[in-house]
Ligand binder design. Structure first.
Ligand code: FES
Length: 158
């Protein structure tokens, strides 16, 4: 995938070129592209004191960084213990059907990514789905699929 390297250059110009700025530079790259493209790592290594292996090391070590593209919205289905007991598997299945993708995939239009995650810290609301900062609790299959309907309506209303 070709990316706009001028965006990467602008981030480096803003954040800095020092080798100890790896994390903030990668954070900004991810914010700009929603993941860390290979081309961005190569460009940063070519224009700063950071090496490719250092950048890869950090990008693969921290769970916050993604090396593959994701959709505009990530639908996270909690599969922690409380949510698992509460039917998380059924929520994932329902969302897979609604979105036409499998867990871990992006929709072809790159609007959504479906992702099973570990406990998101609100077990009293189990089973839980998170989209961005929003938490949807006490879900069943139907309510889980309805989250996508709501997200679609919000888009249409914009
Ligand atoms: S197990 Fe799902 S929020 Fe804790």
């Amino acid at each position: 995938m070709n990316i706009d390297l001028t965006q990467v250059d602008a981030i480096v110009a803003r954040v800095g070129t020092d080798a100890n700025l790896t994390i903030p530079v990668l954070q900004e790259v991810q914010e700009a592209f929603r993941y860390i493209p290979l081309e961005a790592i190569e460009r940063i290594a070519a224009t700063t004191d950071m090496t490719e292996s250092q950048l890869y090391g950090v990008a693969t070590f921290y769970a916050q960084f993604r090396l593959a593209p994701v959709g505009e919205q990530i639908i996270k289905v909690c599969h922690g213990t409380a949510c698992h007991v509460g039917g998380a598997e059924g929520l994932t299945e329902s969302l897979e059907t609604r979105l036409g993708i499998r867990n871990g995939e992006n929709t072809p239009d790159m609007k959504y990514t479906l992702e099973a995650v570990a406990c998101v810290g609100c077990c009293s609301l189990a089973p839980v789905v998170m989209v961005g900062e929003r938490t949807f609790g006490s879900l069943d299959r139907r309510k889980a699929a309805a989250i996508v309907d709501e997200l679609e309506e919000r888009k249409d209303a914009k």
